[in-house]
Write a protein that binds this ligand. Structure first.
Ligand code: UTP
Length: 410
């Protein structure tokens, strides 16, 4: 794109200020800026306008959804596990690690997976995850292709770290890194921010961008060539989770559902967790802040909470279905955050309070695009130790405690 084309694109959306410093910056920076402008998705600005007018799409009819309980899973364990192991041995299963987040709450300036959670020895978060996956590889006698999504901001560090650590014993031929897409940040007037005079302020576009980013990176080839039918999507921060869990895979395949989600029973009705439910008869995730007090308190005849099953970001999706859904627009969520920027006078400002809005797509919205989803209950004490915060709930110390409870030496 040349600067005349860029001007035309920006003018139509009242964003010409992005070229305010164009004549001052180097030729290299000019090229970079033009590339960024070319890639800008202007539809996001319409989304922002709607958001400001409070025109968000209302939710459909929400109803509770049960789960395959821990007891039911235990009764069918061998059957589920052997179906899952067979799928793994036939190369039908891939795993996708979502590691493109900024990890701001943890306050660690490297990729979250590089955090050392050990006490008497080094034990990195990435190491815990690879160790968990390795147990399945050993059990199945077959490697599971692992796709690792990074962001522009943490890609280099992540790749270098894995290489330095010799992939924690995983076969690197089965590891594929890819970078997730970004989205720009805007101010309260919907003006896109510059983080440098020749650079638009962008950040990772939320974990829902994983499949389109994977395709953009050319990895559909690998999925098709290897005939990978199911992808297990998981987050970087749950150090206890089972990855490519044969029992979960087998149960989902045998259920005939289009997708699967691991869930935990809520610790208490008010727990701040997204809950798997039905929306207009289709699986969907309702966030804790979207639930009415009646929904939160509602109980089934057996005493269990009606909206009981919280998601833990561990899903199974079918590659075929994801490919069909590629052109389906996922909802864009808008979040208010601190974003450093260049002001009208060309000065760099590092705000102390949230000053900007970012656009994010969420993997949990992919569940509602599925006709069915197996809700698969796991024991939170054994499979849910997220590292989100530096202290308190879901923190390094709570995760350490759970790791130790599960016999993992720190
Ligand atoms: P979180 O919602 O916890 O976000 O991500 P975060 O960015 O890691 O942390 P905070 O909110 O800044 O503290 C849940 C999972 O989704 C991934 C994260 O890496 C984590 O595994 N994620 C999140 C992405 O891969 N890309 C994103 O743009 C956002």
């Amino acid at each position: 794109m040349n600067n005349i084309e860029a001007k035309a694109k920006l003018e139509a959306y009242g964003q010409l200020h992005l070229l305010d410093w164009y004549d001052e910056i180097s030729e290299f920076e000019q090229c970079q800026l033009l590339e960024q402008i070319d890639a800008l998705d202007m539809q996001l600005l319409d989304v922002f306008k709607k958001y400001q007018q409070n025109n968000e799409v209302p939710r459909g009819k929400l109803e509770p959804m049960g789960a395959l309980t821990i007891e039911e899973i235990a009764e069918n364990h061998d059957k589920f596990e052997s179906a899952g192991l067979e799928a793994i041995r036939h190369g039908k299963i891939g795993a996708v690690l979502l590691a493109g987040g900024m990890g701001t709450r943890l306050g660690f300036d490297k990729p979250k997976g590089m955090y050392n959670i050990g006490l008497t020895k080094n034990l990195y978060i990435f190491e815990c995850l690879i160790h968990n996956l390795m147990q399945v590889v050993d059990q199945a006698g077959a490697f599971v292709p692992l796709f690792i999504m990074t962001s522009e901001k943490n890609d280099e560090d992540t790749r270098e770290f894995f290489a330095e650590m010799k992939y924690f014993g995983y076969n690197p031929e089965y590891i594929h890194f890819f970078i997730q897409d970004t989205a720009p940040a805007v101010d309260a007037d919907g003006k896109i921010l510059l983080e440098e005079k020749g650079k638009i302020a962008t950040s990772p576009n939320g974990n829902g961008g994983w499949f389109s980013s994977l395709i953009k990176a050319g990895l559909l080839n690998v999925l098709q060539r290897e005939e990978i039918e199911w992808l297990n999507i998981f987050s970087v921060d749950n150090v206890l989770q089972k990855i490519a869990d044969p029992c979960f895979i087998g149960a989902t395949i045998l259920s005939g559902c289009e997708s699967g989600s691991k869930v935990v029973s809520k610790a208490d009705p008010e727990e701040r967790v997204g809950v798997l439910c039905l929306e207009n008869g289709k699986p969907s995730i309702v966030e804790y802040y979207e639930m009415t007090p009646e929904m939160i308190a509602s109980r089934e005849p057996d005493g269990r909470l009606s909206y009981n099953y919280g998601v833990i970001l561990n899903y199974l999706f079918q590659t075929k279905k994801l490919t069909e859904l590629l052109n389906n627009q996922l909802a864009v969520h808008i979040v208010n955050k601190k974003v450093p920027y260049i002001n009208k006078n060309g000065e760099f400002v590092n705000p102390t309070e949230a000053n900007a809005y970012k656009f994010e797509k969420l993997v949990l919205d992919m569940i509602h695009l599925q006709d069915s989803c197996l809700s698969y209950e796991v024991d939170r004490e054994k499979e849910f130790a997220p590292v989100k915060n530096a202290e308190g709930v879901d923190s390094v110390s709570s995760a350490r405690e759970l790791l130790q409870k599960n016999g993992i030496e720190l």
